[in-house]
Design a protein around this ligand. Structure first.
Ligand code: ADP
Ligand code: MG
Length: 231
């Protein structure tokens, strides 16, 4: 039986700028079990976002492979790869990336809409909306449902982003410095929210951060330095 939600092997990634090459990842292996809350800690510029983008199929490695729930992403045709990314991966970013023109329910529903044909959307809209409201309520945002992102505090915005990341019931939730733009009290609340989704719903999470203190909540902590991942 496959109990790994995420497996990556031998990931390398370099960026080329003019004649210089920056070797960011030099052979990274990582494994995250289903239901695990894993954190990668590394200094700014160590390659954390690069790694998360590879794991989340937002970018391709120069070498190495990523398996999500046992499926080798490098073997998938582009359309299938995009579908896996839409359905099976939820992303939370430092700067929320909410759509300012949409209210928070509409923001949360976006990943469902993107993943639906016009016909499927007309069928899925009702149930998805109900689920969006439930998730937002569980994040203490019931009183904010009709509001636009600009009317919300940073912590509230990040909770909306978490709801959006969870709406498709993704196999993995990837979080890139999710507290990086928040004060430390609000940041701790966001980590508790992630932890409770992990404990109550078995949500697999891989978070990257430069902050050692945040890693204390995790089941497993990896350290990224010199292009390699250590325990
Ligand atoms: P972290 O998230 O740990 O701060 P990043 O993965 O964002 O690190 O970046 C690692 C290194 O790669 C940094 O030095 C960064 O400037 C560089 N880098 C990231 N993305 C690009 C890119 N698209 N082109 C060129 N250099 C990049
Ligand atoms: Mg980063």
């Amino acid at each position: 039986m496959n109990d790994l939600a995420i497996k990556a092997q031998g990931l390398t990634k370099s960026y080329h700028m003019g004649s210089s090459t920056l070797r960011v990842l030099r052979g990274v292996d990582v494994q995250v079990r289903k239901g695990e809350f894993a954190v990668v800690v590394g200094a700014s510029g160590s390659g954390k976002s690069t790694l998360l983008h590879l794991v989340g199929l937002l970018d391709k490695p120069d070498a190495g492979s990523v398996w999500l729930d046992g499926i080798d992403a490098s073997k998938l045709p582009a359309a299938k790869r995009n579908r896996v990314r839409c359905r099976d991966v939820g992303f939370v970013f430092q700067f929320y990336h909410l759509v300012p023109e949409l209210d928070i329910i509409e923001n949360v529903l976006l990943p469902v809409k993107v993943d639906s044909s016009v016909l499927a959307w007309s069928r899925r809209r009702g149930p998805a909306r109900k689920q969006a409201v439930e998730i937002l309520e569980s994040l203490n945002l019931s009183h904010r449902l009709g509001h636009r992102p600009r009317e919300l505090s940073g912590g509230e915005r990040q909770r909306v982003a978490i709801a959006r990341a969870l709406i498709n019931n993704p196999k993995v939730l990837l979080a890139d410095e999710p507290t990086g733009n928040l004060d430390s009290v609000t940041g701790k609340q966001i980590i508790s929210v992630l932890r409770s989704f992990n404990q109550q719903r078995g949500q697999t999470i891989l978070m990257v951060t430069h902050d050692n203190n945040l890693a204390q909540q995790a089941d497993t902590v990896f350290r990224l330095a010199d292009g390699r991942l250590g325990g």
